[in-house]
Design a protein around this ligand. Sequence first.
Ligand code: UDP
Ligand code: MG
Length: 312
Amino acid sequence: MNAPEVSVIVPVYNEEEGLQALYDRLYPALDALGTSYEIVFINDGSRDRSAAILRQQWERRPDVTRVILLAANAGQHMAIMAGFEKCRGQIVVTLDADLQNPPEEIGALVAKMREGYDCVGSIRKDRHDSAFRRYASKAMNRIRERITHVKMTDQGCMLRAYSRSVIDAINSCEEVNTFIPALAYTLAQNPTEIEVAHEERHAGESKYSIYSLIRLNFDLMTNFSIVPLQAFSMTGIIIALLSAFFVIFLLARRLIVGPEAEGLFTLFGIAFFLIGVTLFGVGMLGEYVGRIYQQVRHRPRYIVGAVLEKKE
Ligand code: UDP
Ligand code: MG
């Protein structure tokens, strides 16, 4: 298998019900491109039969299929990183396994890449997700626009294409818990975006609980911006100034008017508010310290159990 033009990276986590339907559309869509390609599936420590189904497919199409079996669940973005390190294409496309991103759109991404862009993002035309997901993701998009330098219209869509140079740059990054589209954007020199169709999840259910969605957004915000940290120190300064004035006011009042016992509860209110702010600040610090901790440990991002590929 010589280096193909296009590599498609598909992370798979508990997708046994949907994989056959994915094969049925992905392979014909890539065959239709009329160029050399490889598909790199990463089994992200699935607990269902996904690994076995991927192995079958590898036996059926070993010429264009490679399978990385991770030993444990590392998360979607880390699984994609495993694929990036293994893939050899000049144009690298990421795709979800659940058919929410139609594989037929890969052709459009590849065509755009051939025009000379080094990163082609995508905007979902009409999104088929729950209303909660749509609104939450819009809000997070807006916050990200404000506090990071990453300009993406639709951060959530994973159907994207990257050039070999961007992939090499990503591979040289040692950080863990990253958010690939944003990382690629910061490394790309000539990015662009196109509109792509979006569909209902073909089978199974979303692998993201509210908890993991919140974690993912923390990855995005704190990896690409220190504004949350700065925002806290700024609020801290303002609140400290205001309370200093307040203390002076209370002191003056006590000297002029005399002590007041009724004001006790106001003070309680203020104290609780400050405790809240402090706790939030400590939490925010914890976010960054946690990241430093993860980074200094230099743990591997994932552990490969096996790689299924043809001998060269
Ligand atoms: N995924 C993964 N590891 C995980 C969670 C998800 O490899 O820990 C894969 C999953 O199999 C799918 C893709 O990432 O191919 C996107 O997941 P999902 O469709 O559940 O996310 P959503 O569309 O709800 O954002
Ligand atoms: Mg999905």
